[in-house]
Design a protein around this ligand. Structure first.
Ligand SMILES: *[C@@H]1O[C@H](CO)[C@@H](O)[C@H](O)[C@H]1NC(C)=O
Ligand SMILES: *[C@@H]1O[C@H](CO)[C@@H](O)[C@H](O)[C@H]1NC(C)=O
Ligand SMILES: *[C@@H]1O[C@H](CO)[C@@H](O)[C@H](O)[C@H]1NC(C)=O
Ligand SMILES: *[C@@H]1O[C@H](CO)[C@@H](O)[C@H](O)[C@H]1NC(C)=O
Ligand SMILES: *[C@@H]1O[C@H](CO)[C@@H](O)[C@H](O)[C@H]1NC(C)=O
Ligand SMILES: *[C@@H]1O[C@H](CO)[C@@H](O)[C@H](O)[C@H]1NC(C)=O
Ligand SMILES: *[C@@H]1O[C@H](CO)[C@@H](O)[C@H](O)[C@H]1NC(C)=O
Length: 887
């Protein structure tokens, strides 16, 4: 897991700094926020906290460095006594290099302000540490500044390192690839007499740091108790964590720099994160009017600038009065978060006018929140802490909403003044990754044992592979005579026949229908004959009402984001699945359209077919072929567990699904990214043929012109590609990642996320891979499969899964490669059972005529119907895909 979710951009930074600031010195005599006149010099200086412990170091700098906020960072020579480092490498520049033009502006997180601190750095070719005496224990702010300056020997963009304290991991496998500043801010309760900040380079790499800041903060900055969401009881023990500030917003107000804050913090404006700016009015009072109550919020909790400005609901005449103000903030979803919300009633004219609800991640955080009772005065600062569990973070977003509640005497309204999103350390005591301070992978067993096992398994694999090649060659020599002689060895492997191509164009729609009838033993020809669009039949709402017994709740076979799915029976007796959209949901309408668009272009044996649709009187329904064996998940650990599926069948299902996805990525005119690959979106028909379903989130991306599409993060928690989440750039490799999770789910028969398990087991991908790396593969295999999987097959399979789960998309295989590996795993499994049965080595390979090897075009086994009806459209593309050279 990369340590920095903050990808910074200069352009945004310029934008902020060039915006005329309208607010002047803190707590002094001030103009109203709308005034633009400047009288900074005449404003008295902001009274600041005088920290007991204070470390300010400009690493690598020959001279002290003064900041605009009036503080001075000490030079390197004057602090070298606190550093223990074997080498003495420094770098200094007069001006920073220009920011990159093609920066990764996909991140919505704002960049840190430019500071002279980034002009020098210290480089550590080997582990080094700074030690500072801590005279007063308690919470401290630790701020780290990074910028990869140019250096003749070291390319700082390639530095990969860890930063740890005595008890916590701050950064792991940290790297600053782009020439943009990175600012990290931590809140730690320091309990030892010294603070050791250790920089440990990764093997063959090095570390660097531009500046370090450690200041003690008032003890009441972090309280041990917070509201749980949904609010039942309070959460205790909050303060025992280490914290990293992910984002701090001055809602409704301007950027606040360290000059304007009591603890030299930075507060960003909220516009970037406001999901409904049209409905939002900014409002505010003079900061001097903000009152701090006895025993409540202090100016160290947040300066009066934060409390003085707010967002409130926009004009009630033009917008429906009842809606939520909504902020969405991207976070790393593998951590719990402390969410601190700041409120100050700067909108009401009298007390008891304003009642509103506060929601965190869609759950009620505080119902009928009543600032009048909580503060008993207007314009009074108030804050509340919420702790959210990582399991409630969907799509990598923390969502804060405020909306009116009944009971207030004024117009419906809701406000928010400030937000802090603060990451909490995990069970490994880390804010970055799952390695503890000692570098143990969640208390992993010794690595050497793992290596030995891997080596042995690798050797066995190699021998099996060699044997296979020999056997294949022997069989090739003895191949049937009707197999054309001039075929190359590899093309002999591929039963490619041009007639087996795609259904892309459904010119011959009625023939497609007859194929369908033969496959599903039902009569659907009328539907497909009625259209030549591929969209299928248009149904009237009445027809569907009849078919589903008036949408009988007992006929519900599934519930999705789009709405409920009902089982139905058409007039002619065909069983269908009817997905009925929720017309209120705008998301629903979009997904409905996406799905019709996608499915009308796609026909594949491993994709669920759309039979028709209904779009009438605000009712939206999609009608699909009925899949009598339901979703894959139910067969793994759900209601259909009574007959656990054997390994071979599971492999075949994985292969089928992989084929469907491979077709999506490469077979259609455009590369289509599914975006929601999971075991509930893989359906099984009566013959347990796997079909990928639910294209509501899918996106078409043309592979030729661009390799990714930039988009808001969508998908399902537990399956979400971490890289996609970080960069919000979608590639087909995100599906590959999700499919890797599916593979593990099939092997282990447990959900992708199981919040009921101990912390280190919650996430399937992490848990399974950690056991795999420890050589404890047998620990994760579904007990129902124990002893039935050939070791070669298992090895190949898990290898494929591991590759799918690679941190970076570029390191993941294509679906075609995954497919190949799964086919291989199936062959190894078959081979092992055959040799057991007959002791005949020559039968290691399954007979070619029935082998599902590498048939990409959707018809692979002898049980599949003939498909001469397929058009030629995809043929050339497929022959390119079906290229297994170099393996
Ligand atoms: C912050 O303080 C500085 C100096 O006191 C002032 O020039 C600037 O306008 C202030 N900015 C804001 C947003 O308060
Ligand atoms: C460096 O170490 C010395 C001795 O431990 C200490 O007095 C001094 O305050 C330290 N410097 C900083 C910046 O903490
Ligand atoms: C440093 O490494 C990065 C990433 O490998 C590369 O893009 C950059 O060109 C290198 N810079 C120099 C000066 O070699
Ligand atoms: C910091 O930790 C110490 C030791 O665990 C504890 O006694 C102290 O109360 C903590 N400080 C705060 C502010 O929570
Ligand atoms: C929102 O702002 C607009 C323009 O400033 C103003 O006309 C309107 O009355 C405001 N709405 C509310 C509810 O304050
Ligand atoms: C406000 O958001 C909450 C949580 O997402 C939701 O339950 C509620 O229906 C929303 N209210 C309105 C009026 O949209
Ligand atoms: C999050 O949920 C898991 C499982 O329900 C639980 O073990 C963990 O303690 C929770 N974390 C917090 C901070 O409540």
């Amino acid at each position: 897991m990369i340590s920095s979710p903050v990808v910074v951009i200069f352009s945004f930074l310029l934008l902020i700094t060039s915006t005329p600031t309208t607010i002047h010195a803190q707590d002094g005599p001030i103009e109203t926020p709308s005034s633009t006149s400047s009288s900074t010099s005449s404003s008295p200086k902001t009274p600041k906290f005088n920290p007991k412990n204070k470390v300010l170091i400009a690493c690598g700098s020959q001279e002290d460095v003064s900041l605009p906020d009036g503080r001075t960072f000490k030079s390197d020579p004057s602090t070298v006594s606190n550093l223990s480092s074997e080498e003495d490498v420094k770098v200094n520049v007069d001006t920073l290099p220009p920011p990159p033009k093609d920066d990764v502006s996909s991140s919505k997180l704002p960049p840190p302000p430019p500071l002279p601190l980034y002009n020098s750095a210290r480089i550590f070719p080997s582990a080094a540490s700074y030690k500072f005496p801590i005279s007063q224990p308690g919470f401290h702010l630790i701020r780290l500044y990074f910028f990869p300056l140019p250096h003749t020997t070291y390319n700082l963009s390639n530095a990969v390192f860890r930063v740890t304290t005595e008890n916590f991991v701050l950064l792991h496998d940290f790297t600053v690839p782009n020439p943009t500043p990175i600012f990290k801010e931590y809140l730690l309760n320091l309990t030892t007499q010294t603070l050791t900040l250790k920089f440990s380079p990764k093997k063959n790499s090095f570390a660097f740091i531009n500046a370090i800041e450690v200041i003690s903060v008032p003890d009441d900055l972090i309280s041990d108790t917070a509201s749980a969401v949904p609010s039942v009881e309070n959460v205790e023990g909050v303060a025992k964590h280490a914290f990293e500030v992910a984002l701090r917003l001055n809602v409704g107000g301007p950027l606040l720099t360290p000059r304007n804050d009591t603890l030299w913090r930075t507060w960003y404006p909220d516009e970037e994160f406001n999901a409904f700016p049209e409905g939002t009015n900014k409002t505010g009072v003079n900061p001097r009017e903000v009152k701090y109550p006895e025993g409540g919020a202090t100016r160290f909790i947040a300066p009066s600038w934060v409390y003085a400005t707010a967002a409130e609901m926009g004009n009630a005449d033009t917008i429906k009065a009842n809606f939520n103000l909504t902020w969405k903030m991207p976070v790393d979803p593998s951590y719990d978060y402390l969410i601190r919300l700041h409120f100050c009633d700067v909108v009401s004219i009298a007390l008891n006018e304003l009642y509103f609800n506060v929601y965190v991640n869609g759950m009620m955080g505080a119902p009928s929140f009543d600032l009048s009772t909580l503060t008993s005065a207007l314009s009074t600062a108030y804050y509340r802490d919420f702790v959210i569990n990582s399991t409630t973070i969907a799509n990598g977003l923390v969502i804060i909403q405020v909306g009116p509640a009944s009971g207030g005497s004024g117009d419906p309204n809701a406000i928010l003044n400030g937000v802090e999103v603060i990451k909490m350390s995990n069970s490994a005591g880390s804010l970055s990754g799952l390695f503890d301070v000692e570098g143990n992978y969640m208390g992993a067993a010794s690595g050497s044992k793992t290596m030995k096992i891997l080596a042995v398994v690798g050797l066995v694999m190699g021998m099996v592979a060699l044997l296979l090649v020999v056997v294949m060659f022997v069989r090739w020599q003895k191949r049937p005579l009707d197999c054309p002689r001039n075929n190359s060895f590899s093309s002999w492997l591929l039963p490619l026949t041009t007639s087996h191509s795609s259904f892309l164009s459904s010119k011959s729609a009625s023939i497609t229908a007859s194929r369908k009838s033969s496959l599903f033993g039902s009569r659907k020809s009328n539907m497909f004959a009625s259209t030549n669009q591929g969209v299928g039949k248009f149904f009237s709402f009445n027809e569907l009402q009849d078919a589903s017994n008036n949408f009988d709740e007992n006929a519900v076979i599934g519930v999705g984001g789009f709405g409920k799915v009902y089982m139905g029976k058409l007039d002619d007796g065909t069983k269908v699945a009817i997905k009925r959209g929720n017309p209120q949901s705008e998301q629903g309408i979009n997904e409905f359209q996406t799905e019709i668009q996608m499915l009308s272009q796609l026909r594949h044996r491993h994709l669920v077919s759309l039979i028709g649709y209904c779009d009438e009187n605000a009712e939206m329904c999609l009608v699909y072929e009925f899949m009598s064996n339901g979703v894959l998940r139910e067969h793994l650990y759900g209601s259909k567990l009574n007959a656990p599926m054997p390994w071979k069948q599971r492999l075949e299902i994985c292969i089928g699904s992989a084929r469907g996805l491979h077709y999506l990525h490469t077979g259609a005119a455009h590369c289509i990214i599914h975006r929601d690959v999971k075991t509930t979106n893989i359906l099984l028909d009566e013959n347990f043929v796997a079909k990928v379903s639910d294209f509501g989130l899918s996106k078409a991306a043309c592979l030729m012109e661009q390799t990714h599409v930039s988009t808001a993060v969508k998908g399902s928690f537990g399956y979400l590609d971490p890289e996609y989440f970080r960069r919000q750039q979608l590639t087909e490799k995100s599906d590959v990642y999700s499919f890797g999770v599916v593979l593990l789910e099939v092997l282990t028969a447990r959900p992708a996320i199981n919040p009921a398990l101990p912390r280190d087991q919650v996430n399937l991908a992490e848990w399974a891979m950690s056991n795999y790396r420890k050589g404890l593969l047998e620990k994760i295999v579904d007990p129902n499969l124990q002893g039935t999987i050939s070791s070669g097959s298992l090895k190949k399979y898990v290898e494929a899964a591991e590759k799918c789960l690679a941190e970076y998309g570029v390191d993941r295989p294509s679906m075609g490669d995954v497919l190949w590996n799964l086919e291989y795993a199936l062959q190894l499994q078959e081979a092992s059972t055959k040799t057991e049965a007959t002791e005949d080595k020559s039968s290691l390979l399954i007979p070619l005529e029935t082998a599902p090897i590498m048939g990409i075009n959707g018809v692979e086994s002898s049980s599949a119907p003939t498909s001469d009806d397929h058009t030629e459209v995809g043929a050339s593309a497929f022959s390119q895909i079906a290229n297994f050279q170099g393996r």
